[in-house]
Design a protein around this ligand. Structure first.
Ligand SMILES: *[C@@H]1O[C@H](CO)[C@@H](O)[C@H](O)[C@H]1NC(C)=O
Ligand SMILES: *[C@@H]1O[C@H](CO)[C@@H](O)[C@H](O)[C@H]1NC(C)=O
Ligand SMILES: *[C@@H]1O[C@H](CO)[C@@H](O)[C@H](O)[C@H]1NC(C)=O
Length: 448
């Protein structure tokens, strides 16, 4: 199937990487990240990208103009913006804010005429305030499904133990041994390759002495190895493989966004998810884009944008998707995906990816083997209370059995008391019942 150049753009779902940042460290065994902050350059990159997207999608004279999109002021009903607020959260959230400033710049059109005839322009020259949903990793796994994921951590250490990895260690030993003078004490190992590259990259951008002393090929060589390391960490041979977890948790919000855009009675036309580089690796692999174009098997630059355009073919019929990707400061290029060289029906995208999607926290806790973090503790506790016999070891069973019986009895009393069937005459009595229920519940979960 080829691409119809006369199709109309109904809307777009964008995945955007954050802008330039400083610092940064991530644990190579768990991908827990820390110690990073956005830079003025990072803000500038995102504002610039926002301006470009504005010209491309909101300007009535652009061939990719979104059919029903307001060309003037920001319109809340047409837009949804979400930002990963996890480990790298400050950087990613700030990037999303900068992006919105490029998308909807300040304008005197943001003004109002008061009853007394005075005209008031919004502050800061008519700054437009655009809501950005802060996707907190503690209560929403969707944009950062890869941290605290125990089965994923197991897959990472399995990768480090493959003969392929050991071979690469041998092949790269000579190069890595040359790097310590440029790493300020960081381990120059293949396991630590992402941090090695990132440190060199950050300093090459921000530290004049460093960029003068670094031998010319070193950064590209380190980047190559980091690409290899990260691609193998964040992709899987199976769509529903655990190593695709960074993409699998994003899939549900993408499908919701694409479906809403295709639905003519829903005003949503423009959705952005601001993220780290990891979901790009998984999703490019899962959509078969990497199979069609191997240049996608690596790190995307800062402020990269993947635009999945929802288009209505001029011949009518089902809406289709077009895969456009802009790598940092490069231009947007169209890529083949899902086994097609052109546009792909929306239903093909959904049918291919939905089965591998991790849709809820409960699913994520199961897939990741986690019964403690990110809301899994409360869920494990609830399910242990509901199905105690499946989770309790024989040794603890007798003790817990008695404890549970008591807890259940107390809960029953609590409910009856609450309904007024049983009256104890003292409100403080109810508090005591509630406390014992909570303690018993968490005790069960800990022993599971
Ligand atoms: C009109 O109302 C605004 C807001 O209360 C006030 O700042 C402004 O001075 C008023 N203008 C006149 C001409 O009274
Ligand atoms: C995804 O990546 C894996 C390597 O991790 C590769 O074996 C697989 O073929 C890739 N899938 C696609 C559809 O390209
Ligand atoms: C993005 O650009 C960088 C160079 O800035 C390059 O190393 C990388 O391979 C490119 N990635 C893709 C997916 O095109």
């Amino acid at each position: 199937m080829s691409s119809d150049s006369n199709s109309t753009v109904l809307g777009v779902v964008l995945l955007v990487r954050h802008g330039d940042r400083q610092g940064f460290y991530q644990d190579p065994n768990t991908y827990a990240a820390s110690a990073t902050s956005i830079t003025p350059l990072g803000n500038a990159q995102e504002v610039q990208l926002g301006g470009l997207l504005r010209e491309l999608y909101f300007d009535g004279s652009s061939p990719s103009h979104i059919q029903n999109m307001n060309t003037g002021l920001f319109n809340d009903s047409q837009v949804l913006i979400r930002a990963d607020a996890g480990d790298e959260g400050g950087v990613i959230y700030d990037s999303a804010i900068s992006l919105t400033q490029g998308l909807w710049p300040n304008t005197t059109a943001w003004n109002t005429t008061l009853a007394n005839g005075t005209n008031v322009v919004g502050p800061l020259g008519g700054y437009q305030y655009v809501p950005v949903e802060s996707v907190e990793s503690t209560n929403d796994v969707s944009l950062e499904g890869f941290t605290s994921c125990n089965t994923f951590n197991t897959a990472i250490s399995a990768f480090y133990n493959t003969t392929e990895f050991q071979q690469k260690v041998n092949e790269t030993k000579a190069f890595l041994n040359e790097l310590p003078p440029y790493l300020d004490g960081r381990p120059a190992t293949l396991v630590n390759m992402y941090n090695v590259f990132d440190y060199m990259n950050v300093n090459n951008i921000h530290n004049a002495n460093f960029s003068k002393t670094l031998p010319p090929t070193f950064l590209a060589q380190a980047r190559d190895l980091a690409n290899w390391h990260e691609y193998n960490t964040f992709t899987s041979e199976q769509l529903n493989g655990i190593s695709n977890i960074a993409g699998r948790t994003v899939v549900p919000s993408m499908i919701t966004g694409l479906t809403r855009i295709a639905n003519a009675s829903d005003p949503l036309s423009f959705m952005v998810e601001e993220i780290s580089y990891k979901p790009f690796l998984s999703l490019f692999n899962m959509t078969g884009a990497t199979a069609a174009n191997s240049s996608l098997a690596g790190l995307v630059d800062y402020a990269s944008a993947w635009a999945l355009e929802v288009r209505q073919p001029s011949s009518g019929g089902e809406p289709v998707l077009r895969f456009n990707f802009k790598n940092g400061s490069d231009i947007f290029r169209t890529y083949a995906f899902l086994g097609s060289t052109g546009d792909v029906p929306l239903s093909t995208f959904i049918n291919t990816l939905a089965p591998s999607a991790v849709n809820t926290t409960t699913e994520w806790c199961g897939v990741c083997g986690n019964n403690q973090d990110r809301g899994c503790g409360a869920l494990a506790q609830a399910s242990a209370a509901a199905k105690p016999h499946q989770r309790i070891s024989p040794v603890g069973a007798g003790f817990l059995g008695a404890g549970l019986t008591l807890a259940v009895a107390l809960m029953a009393f609590g409910v009856l008391a609450f309904l007024g069937v049983l009256t104890f005459g003292r409100p403080q009595r109810r508090r005591a019942v509630k406390n014992s229920k909570t303690e018993k519940g968490s005790g069960d979960a800990d022993s599971a």
